[in-house]
Design a protein around this ligand. Structure first.
Ligand code: NAP
Length: 315
């Protein structure tokens, strides 16, 4: 039986990075194959209004934005298929992407698999996630909590950053941490703990988000880990900031990842990996900015690099 021909470029992931890469690769006549993972459209499909994507002065619905990017890529010839890449073989050309039901061959690969916010798993969190008061992104959703009380759960740099950002909008930010010292860097911890609008809630672990019957967050139940006492913080927003998990597992044995699992690009580039013709883009390779527009920028870079690699190596 003859082998299927290798794709010019396979893009794994359909968030902002993957779809922007698809637009660029398709407009370069590369006929890209784009693989939808478990969350087609990526993290933005789970937020309601996006107010900080350039070009939308009135804001844009996250799902609508991703749907538009997908249509734009399809218009230029990108092909979409559902496939979960389980492992890869990058030892030779073409590269092999091993899925449950088939192996896809590719001359170049753009990995744009994103990152998933780590969640606490407490009751009410999932039910009230996305537009109902539980969120994982202050930059995206903070402006919806003007003059309100909100809670941030976490204790690292992300939580400190979220809490500080939220002080621009919220009247009061409860910063709930399960120990009595922050894991965040000293400078971030000092800024957060000394901010007049931030109230530290030490030694406290979240127990439940209240408001399920009403369909909107009405409070956060917490337990003091030293006394066992439970109390309810009267908040309208709960920002979960206990870290992200980059979706790099199927590739981490063959590409460089940092101790948190984020891809580490090589050669002074944001998107190149140590395997020629294999690129990374978006939140799977970026724990610093994590914005839709920065992910889109990385997707663009990766597609241009892939096009140039194919031109040099016979695409
Ligand atoms: P992180 O450093 O891993 O911190 C996660 C925090 O969440 C910890 O304080 C942890 O508590 C807490 N936590 C974990 N699971 C929890 C749970 N189930 N319930 C309640 N609390 C829980 O994650 P991160 O803050 O996202 O930072 C990740 C990396 O990115 C770090 O290296 C960080 O320095 C970096 N980063 C840097 C910046 C910056 O430089 N501006 C900004 C953001 C992130 P414990 O402390 O008790 O474990």
């Amino acid at each position: 039986m003859s082998k299927p021909p290798a794709e010019n470029v396979v893009i794994i992931g359909t968030g902002c990075a993957g779809l922007t890469a698809a637009i660029y690769a398709a407009r370069s006549n590369l006929n890209p194959l784009v693989l939808d993972g478990p969350l087609p459209g990526g993290q933005l499909t789970t937020t309601s209004e996006v107010e900080n994507f350039p070009g939308f002065p009135e804001g844009v619905d996250g799902f609508h934005l991703m749907d538009s990017l997908r249509k734009q890529a399809a218009k230029f010839g990108a092909r979409f298929e559902q496939a979960l890449v389980q492992s890869v073989d990058f030892a030779s050309l073409p590269r092999k992407l091993i899925c449950a039901d088939r192996t896809i061959l590719a001359k170049t690969v753009i990995i744009a698999t994103g990152a998933s916010p780590r969640m606490t798993g407490i009751p009410g969190e999932r039910e009230l996630y996305g537009g109902k008061g539980v969120t994982t992104c202050a930059t995206c959703d903070g402006a919806f909590y003007r003059k309100m009380h909100v809670a941030v759960i976490g204790g690292g740099d992300s939580a400190a950053e979220e809490a500080l950002f939220l002080t621009r909008f919220a009247n009061k930010v409860y910063f709930v941490h399960r120990r009595d010292t922050l894991r965040a860097s000293k400078i971030m911890a000092d800024r957060a703990t000394s901010h007049p609008a931030i109230q530290m809630v030490w030694d406290s672990t979240p127990v439940a988000v209240t408001g399920v019957p009403e369909g909107r967050v009405s409070g956060l139940t917490i337990r003091n880990v030293k006394t066992g006492a439970e109390s309810v913080l009267p908040v309208k927003g709960v920002f979960v900031a206990i870290g992200h998990v980059p979706n790099s597992a199927p590739f981490s044995s063959v590409l460089d990842v940092d101790p948190n699992g984020y891809f580490v690009p090589v050669g002074g580039s944001q998107v190149r990996t140590k395997v020629p013709g294999v690129y990374v883009a978006g939140d799977c390779a970026d724990h610093v900015y994590r914005q839709a527009v920065t992910a889109a920028g990385m997707g663009c870079q990766a597609a241009i690099d892939a096009e140039r690699w194919l031109a040099e190596h016979g695409g």
